[in-house]
Design a protein around this ligand. Structure first.
Ligand SMILES: [Zn+2]
Length: 372
């Protein structure tokens, strides 16, 4: 995530703090210093740090469960509104998604139970409105806040854990596509309700509502794309007309090509037509600025572009785009020669075409049974 700093690794997952998180800590410290003096400032800071350790533990609940199902978890970022654990994919088996989603809130329930049973914390809902009140014991406040985090995350709206739990429960009966549509619209209605409550009581809820509303929509779109791309052979959807660059070409030649075509990404191929990299518009401009027009394309290109065979499904290309966050996926023939490209725009165009089609109509060439 942009604007975040790496503070170390826990069990192989990088832990990052977003810069706004640090500003938030500093702001709380200064504000309580002014209102209550140094003692209150320090105790406020200690409480927040403990609170965010609980949030981190919640995220690691997701992370360890995801790993048990073979999902890679490169990093987790702490923001003032909570934590975000990055999973390379969301499992399509409803039971797995369910367990990954519920593991987070369960961690907070477990922490609250531990505080009550082992340390003797007393849980009083009234403490929720006084989480910053130094008169109430810190342990009591932590216990009640952990229960609040668990309950809040169970709100049935993407990207909250409750939204995923709902989708998984629906998917077991209705299938992934229908379940996502339903869960997304329930999520958007919930977002409306949250926004309304926010308007009356707490402006922070309005931000969360907007975030939830947008996330629900994009989750629905991603799943629609994935399901649609399942039936499409990659060679029916890939871009086959594009300009390529030689690795030895100069940056100014690449600029010429940029003007001649409407491409934003240029495959870099060797003399045998094998793909060795990709030069994007952004990298091209950066290279022009930093290395000058005489630099070689090979110095500026991105290497390690994922490649798949012609006989695979578009879904595989889509998964690679998501998992590797690559700018494009190369489609190659059995000899490794580049024959096509799939970019996020390809998929966006397909979705637009699908949305414009009358209900029930199948999409053009893709509906023909392909020999693959
Ligand atoms: Zn969670």
């Amino acid at each position: 995530m942009l604007w975040s700093i790496n503070v170390g690794r826990i069990a192989g997952t990088e832990v990052r703090l977003h810069i706004t998180f640090l500003l938030f800590l500093a702001w709380i410290f200064v504000a309580s210093y002014i209102s209550g003096g140094p003692a209150e400032a320090w105790s406020g800071l200690v409480f927040l740090v403990l609170l965010f350790l609980c949030v981190l533990a919640h995220e690691f609940g997701h992370i360890f469960t995801a790993r048990a199902f073979g999902v890679a978890t490169p990093d987790v970022t702490l923001l003032p509104i909570g934590g975000v654990a990055r999973l390379e994919r969301i499992p399509e088996v409803p039971r797995e998604e369910f367990l990954i989603a519920i593991a987070g809130p369960l961690v907070n329930v477990a922490i609250a139970l531990l505080l009550v049973v082992v340390v003797g914390a007393s849980v009083d809902p009234r403490h929720l409105s006084a989480v910053e009140n130094a008169q109430v014991s810190m342990i009591d406040r932590l216990a009640v806040v952990n229960l609040f985090i668990a309950a809040f995350n169970m709100i049935p709206a993407f990207p909250m854990d409750g939204g995923r739990i709902l989708r998984a429960a629906l998917a077991a009966r209705l299938g992934m596509g229908r379940a996502t549509e339903l869960a997304a619209s329930i999520g958007q209605w919930t977002a409306f309700a949250l926004g309304f409550i926010g308007l009356l009581f707490n402006p922070l809820l309005i931000f969360i509502a907007i975030f939830v509303y947008l996330a629900a929509g994009s989750e629905a779109q991603v799943v629609a794309l994935r399901l649609m791309s399942r039936d499409v052979p990659v060679r029916d959807a890939m871009i086959t007309q594009f300009a390529t660059l030689a690795p030895t070409a100069q940056i100014d030649e690449a600029v010429d090509t940029l003007f001649r075509t409407s491409q934003g990404e240029f495959p870099v191929v060797d003399a045998d037509g094998k793909l060795i990299g990709l030069l994007g518009k952004g990298e091209l401009i950066r290279a022009l600025k930093q290395l000058g027009p005489d630099a070689r394309v090979a110095e500026a290109m991105t290497v390690d572009i994922p490649a798949i065979g012609q006989r695979t499904r578009l879904e595989d290309a889509f998964k690679l785009l998501q998992e590797k966050s690559a700018p494009a996926v190369a489609v190659v023939d059995p000899f490794g020669k580049l024959v096509g490209l799939v970019t996020p725009e390809t998929l966006g165009e397909m979705l637009m075409v699908r949305d414009a089609m009358p209900r029930g109509a199948r999409m053009g060439p893709w509906s023909r049974a392909a020999g693959a």
